[in-house]
Ligand binder design. Structure first.
Ligand code: TRP
Length: 380
């Protein structure tokens, strides 16, 4: 069977380090591995609009920012198809049919949607005109897991590299595939989620150490942040509040600087930037014993991030001077994605018995039935 990747991001802002360790870095590795037949990377503008209906310009502006972040990270448009969700209208059609296969009750149990409803202040019992909270939950937002199932299955994706928060969407997708195939026949492919393999990458905390890195919490380091901004943010990062003096023993668990090192640091970084230590385990052991200051660890993290982000910044700066070309890449990618989605839609319509004009046997048999009925009917 073909191995197909589909994944994507909502264009509501520039991408940050959480996106990078949670999925972006992996996508580039998968692309470079050459093990996949097709790779589709989608800028999910239609999904972004499900909770930004009143701010279309924000979504519009950020489409190219996300594309720049993709190209900066090393996604290569000759090997990966980069496209814009709204430019593939087949995805809407597919979602519309899938809606018949999912209950409201099932959607209400989706933990990610539940959490996002809270986060966005959509009041569950709200009435129109309520000024305290945003009035009610938009239907489109509530049903976006179904639209996401359409995104994935339209491409017959086998592999979906995403962060942990997307697990419920994949579960929902697999259920839809199962239901569709059992009702209409084997057409759709069940996808597998591909999660980051280390806990720090699964859920990178923000610089405040409190929650997941997220734009709305203002605790992000962006891929496009200049080096001095990254330095400033790392220097202000949350560590162990009980580690007051250098000689005090320190805690590594829940210490954001060490969590970031878990996500970014590789053994070779020590030789280049902190040769007194051979490994992250050694550095952690020293911190736990006492005698290792926060500033020294932060300086090391800054060096590691700088080494990681420098090529990203360089590529971004180049693409920023070729915006017309970036749009042309998205245009061509969208056309290629549309072709693939349309092929699946053709199979879906046939399976669902709504391919009227393509089905000569339907037309001919109904015509024959009526002709025969007339012939056999007693003359009046
Ligand atoms: N929900 C994803 C996010 O918020 C974006 C997305 C939309 C997506 N459709 C998708 C991811 C399909 C993977 C597959 O980041």
């Amino acid at each position: 069977m073909e191995k197909i990747i589909l994944t994507g991001d909502r264009p509501t802002g520039k991408l940050h380090l959480g996106h990078y360790v949670g999925s972006l870095r992996r996508r580039v590795e998968l692309q470079d591995s050459g093990l996949y037949d097709r790779i589709f990377i989608m800028i999910a503008d239609a999904q972004a609009l499900t909770d930004n209906a009143d701010d279309p310009d924000k979504v519009r502006r950020n489409v190219v920012e996300v594309a720049l972040d993709y190209l900066a990270c090393g996604l290569d448009p000759t090997r990966s198809t980069l496209f814009i969700q709204s430019q593939v209208p087949e995805l809407c059609e597919l979602a519309f049919y899938y809606m018949n296969l999912v209950t409201v009750q099932r959607l209400q149990r989706n933990p990610t949607v539940k959490a996002e409803i809270q986060l966005r202040g959509f009041a569950e019992g709200a009435v129109e005109g309520d000024t305290q909270q945003r009035p009610g939950i938009p239907v489109g937002f509530f049903t976006y897991p179904i639209s996401q199932a359409a995104d994935i299955t339209a491409f017959k994706a086998t592999t979906v590299p995403v962060g942990e928060d997307q697990e419920p969407m994949l579960e929902q997708t697999r259920e839809i595939v199962h239901k569709f195939n059992s009702v209409y026949g084997e057409v759709l492919v069940e996808p597998e989620i591909l999660l980051p393999d280390n806990a720090a990458c699964l859920r990178l905390p923000g610089t405040d150490g409190k929650a997941k890195m997220s734009k709305s919490l203002g605790n992000c380091i962006y891929l496009s942040d200049p080096a001095d901004e990254v330095r400033r943010k790392v220097m202000g990062m949350y560590t162990d509040p009980d580690h007051l003096r250098v000689e005090d023993p320190g805690k590594v668990e829940g210490n954001t600087v060490f969590t970031y090192l878990d996500a970014f640091c590789r053994p070779e970084h020590f030789g280049r930037h902190l040769p007194d230590y051979a490994s992250l385990d050694e550095l952690k052991a020293h911190y736990r014993r006492g005698g290792l200051g926060d500033v020294k660890v932060k300086r090391f993290l800054i060096a590691v991030l700088d080494e990681t982000l420098e090529p990203v910044r360089r590529r971004r700066a180049e693409w920023e001077q070729r915006i017309e070309e970036v749009y042309a890449i998205l245009d061509a990618g969208s056309a290629a994605a549309r072709e693939r989605a349309a092929a699946t839609l053709g199979e879906v319509r046939r399976a669902m018995r709504i391919d009227y004009f393509a089905d000569r046997s339907l037309i001919e048999s109904q015509a024959a039935d009526y002709r025969n009925a007339r012939r056999e009917a007693p003359k009046r």
